[in-house]
Write a protein that binds this ligand. Structure first.
Ligand SMILES: [Cu+2]
Length: 198
């Protein structure tokens, strides 16, 4: 396993560990297993950003349709393109119903990922994908809301890459977190799960 992969696993582990701790804490403090409401409200929330056409996009625009959220950056060498490809396959498997859900790719690298850069990058993937960016403060705030870890890592010889949480979040019509969305299965199966939240 290279250091990059192990770092990503660490990030994933920290996230899952954090959720488990949260669930345990709720259990200890209240003496009952957390209801869906408490876990749902732990992830997600308001945001004010812009899409790949430089149009404003907020959490209010997400109301009424379930949506997927994935945080990443266009310079990502492997995880992001793979994930966006997998999401594209699921959207394709949804057929005409792809218009009834939304899939957001939120940049953790707003310095380089301008709307124009996102638009160009996403032209390689399913057209239903929505690229999202914003100023540093707005991105930091949405990362916090989704409990996303993202950190700049300098590269030898200049430039930088980003370490980041690589989970895909499934959110329901009301914008509540449902579950991390599993893409490691047949696109038809993943699409069938999404249809249950329409
Ligand atoms: Cu990435």
């Amino acid at each position: 396993m290279n250091s990059r992969t192990s770092r990503l696993l660490l990030v994933l582990g920290a996230f899952v560990g954090g959720l488990a701790l949260f669930a345990v804490a709720v259990f200890v403090f209240t003496g009952r297993t957390p209801g869906s409401m408490t876990l749902q409200s732990a992830i997600g929330g308001p945001f004010k950003l812009v899409d790949q056409n430089a149009k404003p996009i907020t959490d209010q625009d997400m109301k009424g349709k379930p949506f997927l959220v994935f945080f990443g950056f266009t310079h990502c060498p492997d995880v992001c393109p793979t994930t966006l490809f997998e999401i594209s396959e699921v959207l394709r498997a949804l057929g005409p119903q792809a218009k009834d859900i939304r899939a957001l790719f939120i940049s953790v690298d707003p310095e380089r990922d301008t709307p124009a850069v996102l638009k160009d990058y996403l032209s390689s993937f399913d057209p239903h994908l929505i690229g999202v960016t914003g100023d540093a403060a707005a991105i930091a705030s949405v990362e916090k809301a989704y409990r996303v870890y993202a950190k700049k890592v300098p590269l030898e010889g200049g430039g930088y890459t980003m370490d980041h949480t690589a989970l895909v979040y499934l959110m329901d019509k009301e914008g509540h977190f449902v579950t991390p969305f599993n893409l490691k299965r047949r696109p038809q199966e993943a699409a069938a799960e999404l249809k249950r939240y329409l």
